[in-house]
Design a protein around this ligand. Sequence first.
Ligand code: SF4
Length: 321
Amino acid sequence: MTAQNKEVLMKADHVKVHFKGKTKKSGVVKAVDDVSFEIMKGETFGVVGESGCGKSTLGRTLVRLLAPTEGKVYLEGKEISSLKGEELKKMRKDAQIIFQDPSASLNPRRTIKQILMEPFEIHGVEPGVNVEERILELLQLVGLDTYHLSRYPHELSGGQKQRIGIARALALNPKIIVCDEAVSALDVSVQAQVLNLLQELKEKLGLTYFFISHNLNVVYQVSDRVAVMYLGRIVEIADYAQLYEKHSHPYTEALLSAIPQVDGEKTERIHLEGELPSPSDPPSGCHFHTRCPKACDRCRQEVPVFKEIEVGHFVACHLYD
Ligand code: SF4
């Protein structure tokens, strides 16, 4: 499960996404707070972290459903973070998203055929593309039958609805797909089927995924590299195999310990003290210091910078200075 090559497809460069509160008192919510990384063509780049850590905001910024407050996002070397109007619309064909809740993301008043027509209605039809044939091809790709076309979303199961969400995301041959908790709302057995489908499609179509989940086990199953996010920042980026073996960042260590068994060995659960701090008032220095068992005074004052502790394994923690 390695990236097919080392060509950078997408790059986030010091991206910040801040939201102003409704009142002056509520301050600024720093949902994403200075995040940088590259996604290689053909790779699945997994992002894991607790609810509220900013991973969905980051995913939506990559497909430009949100604009960054600061920093830049590049797709194939072209800056997309400041695009507007027609240029932004054109870019959206290349960067699609699959949402967590398939029921909420499909219009209940439209048939499956009408839902699969939507991308062509919005973006137009490329010369030489027969929409009817393309829709049948999409259905086949996601393992559904033609009789599903006349059905409404409420007539389908959760897994089938998510397959339609995947088909719709594939319609315009995107270069990257953000999967935002794409299997979290599904039963465990259906989760496995949808994960397998995503993996098959990646291999068949040469797709690149930005795969978001709060579940490290799920991210681990599909990702080539994994970024661990905490309170708006990425604290570690590692190859999927290294993540289990190295346990580099104290937060990653705590996440890994929540998985009951790793290769048949029991791990001791690390319980983090306290709640996730508010992103409108994040701790100074390393954001994790209020819950980190290894924090020192320095951690409260200085923001750790990424260190490459071995080839391809980056970690932001003073322990590696
Ligand atoms: Fe813990 Fe300090 Fe490392 Fe942050 S920098 S993870 S507080 S040891």
